[in-house]
Design a protein around this ligand. Structure first.
Ligand code: ADP
Ligand code: MG
Length: 253
């Protein structure tokens, strides 16, 4: 039995009496691309914030016997849980390589970071290759295209050896080609990791999701395969913003 999974039980996050995440249960298994969808304000980002220790929550979030709700955010990173933000957070003035090297530094003692090192560590080379940015290694991250910055962020999680990756709208603003490359990247790295992708675009979700959880007003509205989610009248009503019409057979998406 594979015990490498993230378990969320009764997760609740409130802001001044407003419940943004309301008793959410989720089981995130390794090797599956798990998508988290739902309208704006559904609580998707807040859920990831709570799992990564950026906002306090109640309930249980467990990974390898650690209760993440009682773990400080930097220790959550060290425990192998990484996330990206809706806006890329790379160091624009540093090269692609330097960004990766700094991210990888979380597993090196501080004194070693001060030593000039010859060559590039193998795991950094490997991450560069995986995210397809080897040819841009010495370019400042600031000149990267939007999609490339998101890949660099994913690379930063790879060098941190994140076993769980929570990606907040990684393909927003990407071209169709970049989306496809991202989807393929996620498939490749997702085989041995637990990956959660927040996304709006149903086309992308359809192409890559193994499991979809729909959040609405802080609650889990539905969970299942893409086909199950799309056939669910509650999802159609809430997420697609229309009342289901049983007579009509057309695919509106
Ligand atoms: P999503 O990512 O699904 O679009 P969010 O998780 O960002 O939604 O937000 C969920 C709800 O929580 C929204 O109504 C938002 O306004 C509210 N919210 C998020 N962060 C805060 C905060 N720090 N303080 C108060 N309300 C917040
Ligand atoms: Mg969000």
């Amino acid at each position: 039995m594979n015990d490498d999974y993230l378990e969320v039980r009764g997760l609740t996050v409130s802001f001044d009496g407003f419940t943004a995440v309301d008793a959410v249960d989720l089981t995130l298994l390794q090797g599956r691309l798990h998508f988290l969808i739902g309208p704006n304000g559904a609580g998707k980002t807040t859920l990831v914030d709570a799992v990564t220790g950026l906002v306090p929550g109640t309930g249980l979030v467990r990974y390898r016997r650690k209760d993440l709700l009682r773990t400080k955010s930097h220790r959550i990173v060290r425990a192998g849980i990484g996330r990206t933000f809706q806006t890329a957070t790379v160091f624009e003035g540093l090269s692609v390589l330097q960004n990766l090297d700094i991210a990888g530094g979380i597993h090196r003692p501080a004194w070693r970071m001060l030593l000039a090192r010859r060559g590039t560590p193998a795991y950094v080379e490997e991450a560069l290759e995986t995210i397809g940015l080897t040819h841009l290694r010495d370019k400042p991250a600031g000149v990267l295209a939007h999609g490339q910055k998101q890949w660099l962020e994913i690379g930063m999680l790879l060098v941190q050896d994140a076993r769980v990756m929570l990606l907040d709208e990684p393909v927003a603003g990407m071209s169709a080609e970049e989306r496809e490359q991202t989807g393929d990247l996620l498939r490749r790295i997702g085989r041995e990791r637990t990956i959660v992708v927040i996304e709006h675009d149903m086309e992308f979700v359809r192409s890559y999701a193994d499991v979809v959880t729909v959040l609405h007003a802080g609650k889990v509205l539905a969970e299942g395969s893409v086909a199950e989610i799309q056939a669910d009248p509650r999802v159609q009503e809430v997420y697609l913003g229309r009342t289901p019409d049983p007579i009509e057979e057309t695919d509106h998406a």
